[in-house]
Design a protein. Sequence first.
Length: 305
Amino acid sequence: MLDLYKLHIFTIVMQEGSFSGAAQRLLMTQSAVSQHIQTLEAELGTALFERRPRGVEPTRAGMTLHEYALALLKLASEAENAVTDVTALASGQVAIGASPGVSIYLLPGWIGAFRARYPNLSVSLQTDTTPGIAAALLAGRLDFGIVEGEIDLTAPGALGSVPLQDFEQFVIVGPKHPWWLRESIPIAALSDQTLITRQPRSQSRIWLDQALQQHDVHPRIGAEFDNLESIKRAVMAGTCLALLPAYIVDQEVALGLLHRLPIEGVPLMRTLRLAWNRDRYFSPVARAFLRQLSGQFPAVKPLLT
């Protein structure tokens, strides 16, 4: 009888193309991965990989087994999800990746609601850039990711993505800024202003530069931070401004520390997205978290069928 655990290791070696890559992904030693594959090959009486100086290549038997292994692991996951009662689990964890704004300002509330409903389950949260989350999804380190902006679905791998909600980006100013009493602002006026932004290679900065260029707006860059709280504090303290969604500044606006200005006529929008690895299967705990999110974001529901 084929061992599902060994088949899982086998599929990871297939994906990584090497025992060392699979070991790193599985948090195992390379010798342990090699031993599992050798045992599987001995049980089947055939070689599954040809060893190369730089990694391994599947044999014809390995290619055939891979097709069956994926089908078997999918069926096992479906069976697990069909009979598991997450409310009765003594423990369990979902691993989520999120871009900074989502991680700091949205996920804590969602996690709190999840923990209130399932007190025995836990959440592992990784904050990273969108490319970093995509890499972690492909490496199997995350169950799913929630990011602001686009996911590159053309890159090698098997990522899926679904939009959850569009968020308007507002001009954010502090009490010292001349626009403090304004109710809105034309986008052309931003050309005369100094912006506090994210770092140049971040997805947020790339999006902002492209959005402003499309409207022939060329502001000055006063500072570049990799931390959203630093951006808000800099705006509060001086006469620079930032462009941020409402959920990042709601508390400061309510306290009168920041002022939020919509852009007249041409609102700038970013999309909140859910991303996942289509070659992996949601665990019962991950599905429970997604089921909770589906109440707020109906686009998640098709993933649970």
